[in-house]
Design a protein around this ligand. Structure first.
Ligand SMILES: [Zn+2]
Length: 143
């Protein structure tokens, strides 16, 4: 069964951001443009990425997709949010939905996601470009 394309893209963004954080020391996704055909995300990895890192990023995201993690959510209050990065959460929200992808990632988010990561399909990095302040913009799609 096919999941809606945006849900697949959106869940892929969670995996990409987790890969960037865990393997490339890039804190949260700094800017995010979600589209059905192509999604853009900005990161500020320290140190800067090498050319060989891009195929590694793609490989790591696809590896997590293939583990077919279950995607579940639970609701917590703002006071329980502790160390979570709340960049996607409106300031006035007191209840915060945490989206967990197996044992790999947990992020606050209100978007739509797939139920299992294999539903995402294949993750492809399309291009990258350097932006101001050492940021890098990654563009990807799912097939
Ligand atoms: Zn999300």
């Amino acid at each position: 069964m096919n999941s809606p394309k945006l849900a697949r893209m959106h869940t892929a963004e969670h995996l990409l951001s987790a890969v960037m954080r865990i393997f490339f020391k890039a804190p949260g996704n700094l800017e995010f443009h979600l589209h059905e055909k192509k999604t853009k995300c900005d990161y500020a990895p320290v140190p800067a990425l090498q050319d060989s890192d891009f195929s590694k990023i793609e490989e790591l995201v696809n590896q997590e997709i293939a583990r077919n993690h279950k995607v579940v959510d639970r609701v917590i209050t703002r006071s329980e949010a502790g160390d979570f990065d709340l960049w996607k959460v409106p300031d006035e929200a007191d209840e915060i939905r945490i989206v967990e992808i197996g044992d790999f990632d947990a992020q606050p988010c209100r978007g739509q996601h797939v139920e299992r990561t294999e539903q995402i399909g294949v993750f492809r990095l399309l291009s990258h470009s350097m932006r101001e302040n050492g940021r890098i913009r990654l563009r990807f799609k799912v097939e």
